[in-house]
Design a protein around this ligand. Sequence first.
Ligand SMILES: Nc1ncnc2c1ncn2[C@@H]1O[C@H](COP(=O)(O)OP(=O)(O)OP(=O)(O)O)[C@@H](O)[C@H]1O
Ligand SMILES: [Mg+2]
Length: 609
Amino acid sequence: MSRATITTEFISPVPAVDPGGMNGLGRSKGAPALILRLIRAFMHGQWGLMALAMGCMGIVAAMTASIAWLMKPAVNEVFAGKDPAVLTLVAISFPAVFMAKGLANYGQRTLMNAVGTRIISRSREALYNHLQGMDIAFFAQSRTATLVSRFTVDLTLLKNTITTGTMALGRDAVTMVGLLVSLVALDLDLALIAGTVFPLAILPIVILGRRVRRAAKGMQSESGELDAQLLQIFQGIRVVKVYNAEEREAERVGGTIWRIYHHLMRSETVGASISMVLEILSGIAFAGVVIYGGQRVTEGNLDPGTFFAFLTSMFLLYQPIKRLGRVNIVAQEGLAAMERLFDVLDTPPGLREKPDAPELTVMGGEIRFEAVRLTYALGEGPALSDLTLTVPAGGTAALVGRSGAGKSTALQLVPRFYDADEGRVVIDGQDVRDVTFRSLWKAIAMVTQEVILFDDTVRANIAYGRPDASDAEIEAAARAAAGHDFVQEMPRGYDTMIGEQGVRLSGGQRQRLVIARAMLKNAPILLLDEATSALDAESERQVRQAFDSLRQGRTCVVVAHRLSTVMNADIIYVLDAGRVAESGTHAELLAKGGIYTDLCATELSKAEE
Ligand SMILES: Nc1ncnc2c1ncn2[C@@H]1O[C@H](COP(=O)(O)OP(=O)(O)OP(=O)(O)O)[C@@H](O)[C@H]1O
Ligand SMILES: [Mg+2]
């Protein structure tokens, strides 16, 4: 009974073909198509180097064959001992041939490395430029570390393929041809005996190669997974520890590590079995050659020099063939990386500029939402439905509402981080979807709900939007954002490194830095998503002051969590379930006694305490 259960478990249907796409292990594309595409995209201007490298490979091949050929006079002279001058000549030839081989080998290696490394650097650039142009929805659905691993794991494998792979392929294939020619030239009959065996080796190399590509793809996607897990865990290490999740996370990471191990082992095993098959086949080939060739030497039909030269050729042939068997493994890894590279490059950004889109012209900076509806790709229902509101030119509108009402979502539509499914967002009469991204983003300064800082100096963080800003301008922005004083007190002032995400700063200091950054940008439209985190009264007052000076003379949309911010607004929109439920000034709304009155009593006042 139990045996039966076990059996069913073992033969339980494992899909033989991967269901494509889901985990990046989809159907393999043709190798020639991939290679052609890589060449077309990244090979330009390198054919000269490539040709030189090929020339060097030819020399390596010729010199290797010469070594075998030198065996013939060497042996014959030793056994026959007729002319010592010939023997000396042969002896001198050896170092010359080896030196030429070494030099050519050096040349092809350096040249091929240059070609390969350039191709990789170009693909990294292309990958980066493409990813940077992707829309916010793409980044919301991808994992940062997995994107990063495309640059590191995948492209490192590809580099390995191009340099060692192509090199070995070029050099070893040419060497192999050279030696095969030498075998035929030395003795056709023996060559036929040796030659019948080696083609048999091609078959396992090809068949097993496919398995390697699958393993390589699995390895790459699992490595991306590992990177993602590590990044999350290290970033959230405090939570991992205090929630006692160390064991659980260790197990999860362990699982991934060992899945990578299995993928690696699979390609290693294939490599080893190819070597094994080659060893066995070589043994058989040598046996045939020794029996037949030896017999002919004893019969006097073949001179010992030719026989030795032939055996030497076979010995020399063994190395390149073995490496060629391995090359297929390296090639398959590279092909898998290429597929993954092109998969990303072929994913178009979800949002694009219209061809010949005009620039946005900001006059007063009036912003209108007209019956906007938006459903997130991975969201449940619509986040915004029939949202209509107007932010007067040069005025401030406050968006308030319960958590999840759609305030941050609405803000993201102004810089066109997402496109409305229905309705439109217009700035001074221009639909944000009709103008260029550059001109749109130039007009907007944004402070997001999550404070985003870079691992750089205070100065660089403030001047992020205007790297050419003068020290005086940076200081003025910091002053207006109520940040100059604390920056001055830091060990190196504006040159202090603030750490990843500004870890070396307090919450309030971080907020004031991002306000200073928005301040320095000096854009006509300001989008502020107030952070919900409570600040102490003093920081709160300073941040509010910073906000107030920031919105002077600009059109400002502020998602407000504090009553003080709300009360200063020209108009307040109360959002509920993605639409405007109430609107008016603070006094008007209070008089209504609706949602706003509730909010004032609960959410908004809370932050005031
Ligand atoms: N990237 C996303 N993908 C899917 N759903 C999302 C995404 N971002 C937000 N949502 C959903 O959209 C709705 C509106 O979210 P939004 O962030 O706009 O709320 P909010 O009003 O800013 O809330 P809070 O005051 O808590 O910041 C929520 O139901 C949320 O779950
Ligand atoms: Mg929000």
